[in-house]
Structures are given as structure tokens and as C-alpha cells.
Design a protein around this ligand. Sequence first.
Ligand code: AMP
Length: 120
Amino acid sequence: MQFAYDDQNIFAKILRGDIPNSTVFENDHALAFKDIAPQAPVHVLVIPKGAYVSLDDFAANASAAEQAGFFAAVAAVCEISGVEEGFRAVANARTHGVQEVPHFHMHIVGGKQLGRMLPA
Ligand code: AMP
């Protein structure tokens, strides 16, 4: 599958420093920041610094170093966010997945008891 990246998306603007963010963690390959409309006490977005549209784009095309850096950031966010009792990691993709921002991001959501993942 071909992935067309739109560099005008809001997370690309965050990575360029054009708009502010509430950074939680950063390394060479990833940035983690608070979601602007949190759906739980902990709601952090982890994004790669590279231009990837979605999880499947990132998994297929990111280098081993980029993937390692991304998951190191996920681990760091979980470590510092106080989600010892659990959390949910969500990556929405394209239309059926209701992805609003076309730059791959993983939601880390927790800090309270969550409901079931999908409606029955
Ligand atoms: P998704 O539907 O998976 O694409 O989720 C996009 C997420 O980005 C939503 O949870 C939004 O609240 C969040 N969001 C949009 N703009 C910003 C922003 N400027 N800073 C932080 N989070 C944002």
C-alpha cells in the first residue's frame, strides 16, 4: 500500500515547532505530549518524528531505529504517567478507524477504570 503524507497536518506543525504542545517525553525518534481534549486523567499521544501516516505505514516503512525509539517513548510515557493499574493504547487509522490527524500517533489512555474497548 502507498501512503501519502500531508505535511500540513497539525502534528507535523507541532513537530516543526509551529504550534505549542504539552510535552511529556521526547527522544531522537519520538515525541509524547498531552492530548488537547483528554478522555481520561491520563491521555498522552506518542508520535514518531518521521513522516508516517498511520500504524501500518509506520510498521511497514519506519527503520528499526525509529521503531525502537517510538516504543522506548511509549515505555517512558507509561513509566512516568502513573498507569501502574493499567492503560489502553489506541492507534486509529483512516476512515473506518476514525483517524482525525493523519500523522501516526498512539493514544495512551488511563488513570481511571476504563470501559470495554468496543461496544458490543
Ligand atoms: P485521532 O482521532 O486518533 O486522529 O486522534 C487525534 C487526537 O489528537 C484527538 O484526541 C485530539 O484531541 C488530539 N489533538 C488534536 N489537536 C491537538 C493538539 N494541538 N494538541 C494535542 N492534541 C491534539
